[in-house]
Ligand binder design. Structure first.
Ligand code: NDP
Ligand code: 3PG
Length: 496
């Protein structure tokens, strides 16, 4: 149970504490923030509403702790990360339970998220040992006009304090995907978890606490992003922001100072289907890509662009599979569970109604109870409908019939997003040509978009982000290059 057993110390009465300077604390604000269970629509948990003064203190302790941590041998940093990974996996059950209650993630997927996170932390420790243990050695005579009088040594050094802000849909996995690279590279962490998902994140942080990381190195401040977000992101103590979420990231990018930013934002991932595609494979991937976790994945298939000649056959196959999706409570491990909030459900409904007014074909009856929306495929969607462009983040999927490959590529590239895309065809040459023409950070050939495995590079272009994630890229991003040049009094050429 959440807040029980080894996790008892993170709870004070009915409010979960925040974590600073190696201790679990109550906010002096005396205020809390309610976390509403998307299924029951009742308050499930409460977390502290941290004050600006508490954020200031956290930044100070994160700064001091980082100075010592940067001097901790790399193998020791890795050892602690491995320990945290093992503790996280050992306690997967209570963390998964919080994911079910806070964000209505289906029970099995919730366990998978925690296990995947433990694996990510371990992999990161190993990768860090490899890539941070190496530097470069340059000699000056390779550049015109120089003798061999200068030896240049480069190494990767930490940035300082990393502010990590993950979104609600992977509050554990997208938190550790920022925490682990930051720590292995010698940085300290200030985590601001999403409000829906904060309790799962606090449990995950406690696993790092139990592993024995130094005081102040990892901190977790809770509160509504709309209230403490600006104070955190514009704080002079922050040396780098790693953010995953929606348009908020665009606003943060405009406000943040001259610090490195890693932004993973929204997407409108297109699935282009050619005449020769294996339609059973496509239908399976549309179901997995469009409807898993009720479409609340940045990498969800968010628009299908199918050649008219095979559209009827594909629609029939997808309809048959949609009919088999179970709809209900996350505790029952249903495929489709309530979306995260009432406002999200209202937004999705707005897109559906707009498509209805403009003449889209409903392949299923539209049905909603509270935050639970039944899966819906919308056929004959046209570009004048909002759902052709906007990201529903829900279990509703638009399908646009196209008459040429160019039309599909044009629709994909006309989007303000550019996260991932996919193309289904048996012709590898066409797949490569289309993939190259799609303006997205990743193109999947014959499979739905996905971020994992977690060590793959993951990036969006246009409004989908800045920089690249994935374990190796995140470690590199959370370091800067330091060079030391040894100047010799006379040229020295090494002899064999
Ligand atoms: N590209 C990617 O990797 C991913 C992108 N996303 C995108 O995220 C969106 C859904 O996630 P959602 O959590 O609703 O996204 P939001 O952008 O609403 O929130 C993301 C995080 O930002 C915080 N936040 C809110 N306001 C501020 C602020 N002013 N300053 C700093 N932080 C703030 C939130 O806290 P609080 O919860 O307290 O408001 C939350 O922790 C979708 O658009 C989706 O596509 C999601 C997952 C992955
Ligand atoms: O937040 C998201 O939606 C994730 O980054 C997607 O991850 P996945 O493709 O591994 O589900």
């Amino acid at each position: 149970m959440a807040g029980n057993g080894v996790f008892a110390e993170i709870l004070d009465g009915e409010v979960f504490k925040y974590y600073a300077d190696g201790e679990w604390k109550k906010s002096s604000s005396g205020k809390s923030v309610a976390i509403v269970n998307p299924t029951t629509r009742k308050t499930q948990y409460k977390v502290q509403a941290c004050s600006q003064e508490e954020v200031n203190k956290v930044m100070d302790s994160a700064k001091s702790a980082q100075k010592l941590w940067a001097k901790t041998p790399l193998w020791k940093r890795a050892e602690l990360l491995h320990k945290a990974a093992a503790i996280l996996k050992e306690h997967k059950a209570p963390i998964a339970e919080s994911l079910v209650k806070e964000i209505a993630k289906p029970a099995k997927d919730a366990v998978t998220e925690v296990v995947r996170s433990g694996d990510l932390v371990s992999y990161c420790a190993e990768e860090g040992v490899r890539i941070l243990g190496e530097g470069k050695f340059l000699v000056s005579d390779s550049f015109p006009g120089n003798e061999r009088t200068k030896y240049c040594l480069t190494s990767k050094i930490p940035l300082g304090v990393i502010l990590a802000i993950p979104p609600f849909n992977y509050p554990v996995n997208l938190a550790v995907s920022k925490i682990a690279p930051a720590l292995i590279a010698g940085n300290s962490i200030v985590l601001k978890p999403p409000t829906q998902g904060a309790v799962s994140a606090l449990h995950m942080v406690h696993c790092f606490h139990l592993a024995g990381f130094p005081k102040g190195l990892i901190n977790c401040v809770t509160g509504k992003g709309s209230e403490i977000g600006d104070f955190l992101t514009m704080h002079p103590g922050v040396n780098c922001i790693s953010f995953t979420g929606g348009d908020t990231g665009i606003a943060i990018s405009k406000k943040a100072g001259m610090i490195p930013l890693q932004m993973e934002l929204g997407g409108k991932d297109a699935c282009i289907v050619l005449e020769d595609a294996d339609l059973d494979l496509v239908a399976g991937n549309i179901i997995k890509g469009g409807f898993s976790y009720s479409g609340q994945r940045c990498t969800a298939v968010k628009v299908v662009l199918v050649m008219e000649s095979v559209a009827d056959a594909l629609v029939e196959k997808v309809k048959a599979k949609v009919a088999k999706l179970s709809v209900g409570a996350p505790e029952n491990d249903c495929d489709i569970t309530p979306v995260v909030s009432e406002s999200s459900a209202n937004f999705i409904e707005g897109l559906v109604m707009d498509a209805k007014e403009k003449g889209a074909t409903f392949c299923q009856e539209y049905k909603r109870e509270g935050n639970l929306i039944w899966p819906l495929l919308l056929d004959n969607v046209r570009p004048d409908m909002r759902i052709a462009w906007e990201e529903p983040f829900g279990p509703v999927l638009p399908l646009i019939r196209i008459n040429s490959i160019e039309e599909g590529i044009h629709h994909c590239n006309a989007s303000n997003f550019g996260l991932q895309g996919c193309v289904f065809t048996k012709d590898i040459n066409k797949a490569i040509m289309i993939g190259d023409a799609m303006e997205t950070g990743t193109v999947q050939i014959n499979s739905a978009p996905a971020r994992g495995p977690d060590h793959f590079p993951f990036q969006g272009i246009k409004d989908s982000g800045i920089g690249s994630q994935g374990i190796t890229n995140s470690i590199n991003m959370m370091t800067k290059i330091k060079t030391t040049v040894i100047n010799l009094p006379s040229p020295s050429y090494t002899m064999g």
